[in-house]
Design a protein around this ligand. Structure first.
Ligand code: F0G
Length: 420
């Protein structure tokens, strides 16, 4: 059950009815059913002062300065923890690749590679904040539903914090590599005969019933941490915003976090204009795109089907707040086919960058939007690669002529291969 509302707002606020809750509330939902937002008071520093503070932390040695999440702490949480549960995370590169840019038809493209986080996906940014909160609250255990990456991240951070972890995944639909991570880090994995959407429904009930702290992106602390993908990429660009930020969208946590981060950066005087968000869904898992195309009609869940297993989600939990994010950034939502996703993945992999299939949807989205002249000639674009190539090595290994050729060990065998 949600905690009783409080009139002196110190943290969590319902965006639908304005009711406030203590920042220590464990239920992510308001009494009205809406997901709560974590409110952070506007920083007392000017944009220029904040910028120089963040810059100075780049040479700091404290984990809170070294982490690409906690470096931006004034914009992340209302109460800054003494000792965050951190590896550290973040500090992911902005990669320029001529080959990928050429394929998309843009010439000012950079790839923010979130696959280079400690467990290989962007989830670590939200998890460091969420797990730190779990410890502050004295949680006895943590839980999530997942298409694989959240589970791997939760398992690692829970082990780091010394907390037991329970993860629910759709049976037979998560890559073995992601499952191996969760198991290795010691989380109890439960495979449910059903899809991700059913896993999330059940885990919300289980968290409530068994007193476990829920760490899906419905959790406002997860969203708070994921904002730092934006803060860090703006910082890397010396606070010169790109025209577009393009990313894959499933449960819509990132869409929500990115919208919040851009509005907060603008309000804080860090940037002078807000880039446009472009959320990309796989055609077979695109309830957000369908709603957008009809002028943001109410969510109609679908039974999701796509090769990009990370975003095989038909009933996105953060739908309402993602609509606000797209509106606040004059953004848009588009779709790409599985074929386009796999083509983009092959291009990203061959360029030496590499990513998992869901991430490649962002690159396929850039190409489609450029072809449709939505992304203009000369526009600057950052595409977010959300997960690492090794999350799905089988997809890569079965790609065209990438299989290993077995030999007995003679030089003439190598010569024959080179001659081909
Ligand atoms: N890309 C990757 C690699 C993901 O793992 C996910 C979500 C997304 C994109 C979509 O982000 O949900 O914020 O819109 N993965 C979740 C999981 C659902 O359980 O790992 P979103």
């Amino acid at each position: 059950m949600p905690a009783p509302p409080t009139s002196s707002v110190v943290g969590l606020v319902c965006p639908a009815c304005g009711v406030g809750y203590r920042e220590s509330a464990t239920n992510p939902r308001c009494r009205c059913g809406s997901l709560l937002d974590l409110e952070v008071p506007p920083p007392s520093l000017t944009g220029a002062e904040l910028r120089s503070r963040f810059e100075a932390r780049l040479t700091g040695r404290d984990i809170a300065d070294v982490s690409g999440v906690w470096r931006y702490r004034e914009l992340v949480v209302p109460q800054i923890p003494d000792s965050p549960i951190s590896y550290p995370e973040g500090n992911t590169p902005l990669i320029a690749s001529d080959a990928i840019a050429r394929w998309t038809g843009t010439d000012r493209l950079a790839l923010k590679h979130e696959g280079q986080n400690p467990t290989g996906s962007f989830k670590d940014r939200g998890m460091t904040v969420g797990m730190t909160q779990a410890v502050r609250l004295g949680a006895r255990g943590v839980t999530c539903a997942s298409t694989g990456n959240t589970a791997a991240s939760l398992a690692a951070y829970a082990a780091h914090a010394g907390l037991p972890a329970l993860v629910l995944v759709p049976a037979g639909r998560v890559t073995p590599e992601k499952l191996a991570q969760s198991a290795a880090y010691g989380a109890q994995t439960v495979a449910l005969r059903g899809d991700f959407d059913r896993c999330l429904e059940l885990v919300e009930q289980a968290a409530d019933r068994f007193g476990l702290y829920l760490l899906n992106s419905v959790n406002p602390y997860r969203i708070a941490g994921q904002q730092t993908i934006i803060f860090e990429l703006l910082h890397q660009r010396r606070w010169d915003p790109p025209d577009w930020i393009v990313f894959p969208a499933g449960n819509l946590g990132n869409t929500t976090a990115f919208g919040r981060a851009l509005v907060a950066s603008h309000r804080a005087g860090l940037i002078s204009r807000i880039p446009r968000l472009a959320a990309v869904q796989a055609e077979g898992a695109a309830p957000f795109a369908h709603s957008y195309a009809a002028g943001f009609t109410p969510l109609e869940p679908v039974v999701a089907d796509t090769v990009a297993s990370a975003i095989r989600i038909g009933n996105p939990a953060s739908f309402d707040r993602a609509v606000r994010a797209i509106r606040a950034t004059n953004g848009l939502v588009t779709t790409v086919t599985d074929r386009e996703i796999l083509e983009a993945k092959a291009v990203v992999d061959r360029a030496g960058v590499g990513c998992e299939a869901a991430s490649a949807a962002a690159v396929a989205g850039v190409r489609r939007l450029r072809r449709e002249s939505v992304i203009g000639d000369g526009d600057s674009v950052v595409a977010v690669l959300t997960g690492h190539l090794l999350k799905e090595p089988l997809a890569a290994a079965t790609a065209r002529d990438s299989r290993a050729v077995e030999i007995d060990g003679r030089l003439d065998e190598i010569e024959a291969i080179l001659d081909r």
